[in-house]
Design a protein around this ligand. Structure first.
Ligand code: HEM
Ligand code: NAG
Ligand code: NAG
Ligand code: NAG
Ligand code: NAG
Length: 332
């Protein structure tokens, strides 16, 4: 096959990726969404935290070169991927839940549903299954052919970030202050490591003192959870109701009980505080803003060649790649 022809096919796949829409698989894999939801239901029963861990994938995938499942690629001898990037190493977890969804999908409709779309469906399901809103997602993404650790390191924010840095970062992706605060409400479920708050507890401004915005009783609790000698992989809850997707996270911020600095900082700056207060009092308003933010974040795309991976952790062989594209061309 000539190189030109292959390039032509690759071009077709990038163009196809631009048209995300609801019910994308209604003809090619009508059960796709219910299969993913069932896998998430099982994951929730097996280990409640795992659905939060999976939901986090959407953020870490979409900000780095668009929602393309680059996050899921394992390192290879010739490619240092995103899994060991600063924000991900020893932190991202529950990759096996995505593997299970992919396996189930490949049995029913092989080579049809992208890993990038699985992340988007699974993130939505995590929220819906823990008491949050449910919504229709736009699908039709392709999986990347590569990943780069640096790209994640350059973009993903640290838990030490302050609100003004986060506003600027989200703005680069056309995500508003309202989007930032609502999306941070994802921390309504899940946990974080002591590692992520040690500086905040013991050396916030470099003067050996804790972050003054932590409410004193909560600070005592955090000192007990994370003494200076702790194994920093020990985890604590991101809000007071870590298995329920609700607006408790915002009530906690108002009370000075945010876990991460990047959480509590949203109550420090006036621009973000307005939304924290609003969402703490009005859960439907939070849910609405959250869904809007997830849809916007889910639409982030890079113009790049892609494929439907057979295994979310590895790029298809070139042979499979061409076959896959050909099949797509012949069917549609
Ligand atoms: C605004 C900037 C954000 C920062 C700085 C941030 C940072 C973090 C950090 C440091 C952790 C804990 C990591 C660890 O200690 O291992 C975490 C956990 C988490 N993040 Fe974020 N995050 C942000 C936004 C988001 C967004 C937009 C989402 C999803 C829409 C999200 C979803 C989650 C979830 C669900 C967890 C808990 C995961 C688990 O229990 O395994 N975060 N985040
Ligand atoms: C926020 O963090 C950035 C980067 O660390 C820093 O340059 C800036 O001064 C901080 N802003 C405020 C208001 O503290
Ligand atoms: C943000 O919006 C502008 C104007 O609509 C657009 O040109 C730009 O590509 C968008 N940026 C991202 C990261 O989507
Ligand atoms: C606290 O931070 C400052 C500045 O980053 C550093 O010089 C100092 O060694 C730190 N202290 C401790 C106890 O880690
Ligand atoms: C957490 O555990 C991993 C291995 O499970 C280890 O490599 C890492 O150093 C630990 N991290 C901290 C901060 O103790």
């Amino acid at each position: 096959m000539s190189l030109l022809f292959v390039l032509f096919l690759l071009h077709i796949t990038t163009v196809a990726a631009d048209q995300l829409r609801p019910a994308f698989y209604s003809e090619t894999c009508p059960k796709a969404e219910s299969i993913v939801r069932d896998v998430m239901k099982e994951a929730l029963i097996r280990e409640p935290r795992s659905v939060a861990s999976v939901m986090r994938f959407q953020f870490h995938d979409c900000l780095v070169n668009g929602c393309d499942a680059s996050l899921l690629l394992d390192d290879t001898p010739s490619m240092l991927g995103e899994k060991e990037a600063l924000s991900n190493i020893n932190s991202l977890r529950s990759f096996e839940v995505i593997d299970e969804a992919k396996e189930a999908l490949e049995k029913v409709c092989p080579g049809v549903v992208s890993c990038a779309d699985i992340i988007i469906m699974a993130a939505r399901d995590a929220v819906a299954l823990t008491g949050g809103p449910d919504w229709e997602v736009r699908l039709g993404r392709l999986d990347s052919l590569t990943a780069k650790q640096e790209d994640s390191n350059d973009i993903m924010p640290s838990p030490r970030s302050n609100a003004s840095l986060l506003i600027d970062l989200f703005d680069r992706f056309n995500l508003s202050v309202r989007d930032l605060v609502a999306l941070s409400g994802s921390h309504s479920i899940g946990q974080a490591r002591c590692f992520s708050i040690m500086f905040r507890l013991y050396n916030q401004s470099g003067a050996g003192r804790p972050d003054p915005s932590i409410e004193p009783k909560f600070r005592e609790k955090l000192y007990k959870l994370c003494p200076t000698t702790v194994d920093q992989n020990v985890t604590g809850d991101l809000d007071a109701t870590p298995r329920v997707f609700d607006n408790q996270y915002f009530k906690d911020l108002v009370a000075g009980r945010g876990f991460l600095n990047s959480d509590q900082t949203l109550f420090t700056l006036k621009q973000t505080r307005t939304f924290v207060k609003l969402f703490s009092k009005d859960q439907p308003e939070f849910f609405e803003a959250f869904v809007e933010g997830m849809l916007k974040m889910g639409d982030l795309q890079r113009d790049q060649p892609g494929e439907i991976r057979r295994n979310c952790r590895v790029v298809n062989s070139r042979h499979e790649h061409i076959l896959g594209v050909l099949r797509e061309k012949l069917i549609f």
